[in-house]
Design a protein around this ligand. Structure first.
Ligand code: HEM
Length: 423
């Protein structure tokens, strides 16, 4: 008889039906994308911070992993890059390992010294003089996008504003052909997509689209490498010793790093701000009464949103951490989304408070040697968008709950329907 007795077949877990208050900690699997899609993960992290701040999950979709959920522990893990490696060949920086047949080296997923050389190659993109040049462009573009919004109608803020603005920015950073710029948006989405999650159907489709991205950029690379050095990201890489001789897959990896880094994150912070101010209308009133608060509000929005929910490291050797024995090869996931709500460090952390003291104290940009390279650029973009919004509109109303991205890595929105009332 080859039929299994029905009681021996494990029923698939219904993650949304489980109660995080009573579920045994051993069954916690906070990396499930479905919890993020439904914004249902918060009570899991609150309980982990209280009862098991260093937690081991042996029922993960992509393998076993440790969850680090308190602010101070995340900082400690980030600071110890010798034990907690980012290296792609050990698994990289997301909960899900990189596919072995499609390894994309990129400097966010490298350890020193190569990481440091490659990071230095593109660092000039955020030099003060370059930021000042970009500020003018970003403001022009933000003004145009906002001036063309359909006042009085319901529209998707993500598509009309957040994607458009960050895509234009990205095209500028790469000096990328303007008419093709939405391809950057597509590649950014595909790079972080889970097959079957709505963006790509299969892993093969994902790979094929990313190889198209490489082909496209190789054409641009060949132009830049033979031309005089310029200030765009491709030219910077084509002319720096550390990146000039990269293999095609390394080039693709670094391109995707810069595409995703400069796109999804800022995009979701722009949308997240609109959403958060609608959730906390008193804060919106405060802002409308005092636009001078924008500078302080921007980091608060980035904390509250936490556009990248986690980064992962892999232990290079056995290590004792907070009374737990972490073994060589273990995945260690730092949940920024939880550290940013740690009341021990951030009082009243679930609330958006636009005039919060020390609003820059958060983990959304990470910490240590991989701390976000584009931080100042992202801050500047958000500041400009809000300055231009407040010059034009009163309250922008969110008309329904957003549709969220199906991912426990990129924490963001696919659809955020809003209406701008007629003045
Ligand atoms: C609100 C917007 C952004 C957020 C929340 C964000 C978040 C992050 C995080 C969490 C990391 C990893 C930090 C760590 O491991 O400790 C990172 C790294 C990085 N980000 Fe961003 N980022 C944003 C915007 C940008 C922009 C606009 C760029 C454009 C160039 C960018 C480029 C990078 C790069 C190149 C790295 C790798 C740094 C390294 O490994 O040394 N990011 N970012």
């Amino acid at each position: 008889m080859d039929q299994m007795a029905p009681e021996l077949v494990a029923a698939p877990r219904d993650y949304l039906a489980e109660d995080p208050a009573t579920l045994p900690l051993a069954q916690f699997d906070v990396g499930r994308a479905i919890l993020f899609q439904h914004d249902a993960f918060w009570p899991y992290f609150a309980r982990l911070r209280r009862e098991a701040p260093v937690h081991y999950c042996d029922c993960g979709e992509f393998g076993n992993y440790w969850s680090i959920t308190k602010y101070k522990h995340i900082v400690q893990i980030e600071a110890n890059h010798e034990v907690f490696s980012s290296d792609v060949t050990r698994g990289g920086i997301t909960l899900r390992d990189q596919l072995e047949d499609f390894v994309l080296p990129m400097f966010i997923a490298m350890d020193p010294p190569v990481h440091d050389f490659q990071r230095a190659a593109v660092q000039p993109i955020v030099a003060p003089a370059n930021l000042a040049r970009l500020e003018v462009l970003i403001r022009d573009r933000a003004q145009e996008i906002l001036d063309n919004l359909p006042v009085g109608e319901v529209f998707n803020w993500v598509d009309r504003v957040s994607i458009e603005l960050t895509t234009q920015m990205l095209a500028t950073l790469f000096d990328f052909p303007w008419q093709d710029r939405r391809r950057l948006t597509r590649w950014s989405d595909v790079a972080t997509a889970t097959p079957g999650g709505g963006i790509v159907d299969t892993e093969d489709q994902r790979k094929a689209e990313l190889l198209e991205c490489l082909q496209y950029f190789l054409g641009l690379w060949n132009e830049r490498v033979n031309a005089e050095p310029r200030g765009d990201l491709l030219s910077l890489m084509a002319h720096a010793e550390a990146t000039r001789h990269q293999s095609p897959m390394e080039l693709l990896g670094n391109l995707l790093l810069l595409i995703v880094g400069g796109n999804d994150t800022t995009r979701n912070s722009i949308s997240g701000g609109i959403y958060a101010l609608n959730k906390f209308p008193d804060e919106y009133t405060k802002l409308l009464g005092n636009p001078g608060l924008i500078k302080n509000m921007v980091p608060e929005i980035i904390r509250w949103q936490t556009p990248l929910a986690h980064m992962r490291r892999t232990a290079t050797r056995d290590f004792e951490f907070e009374g737990h024995k972490i073994h060589a090869g273990d995945r260690v996931v730092m949940w920024y989304v939880s550290g940013n709500r740690d009341e021990e460090v951030i009082p009243d952390a679930d609330r958006l408070i636009i005039d919060r003291e020390r609003s820059g104290r958060h983990l959304s940009f990470g910490f240590g040697l991989h701390r976000c390279l584009g931080e100042r650029l992202a801050d500047m973009q958000l500041r400009i968008v809000w300055e231009e919004i407040l010059k034009r509109f009163g309250r922008i109303e969110v008309v329904e709950e957003p549709k969220r991205v199906v991912s426990s890595f990129v924490k963001g929105y696919e659809v955020l329907n809003v209406r701008i009332p007629h003045p």
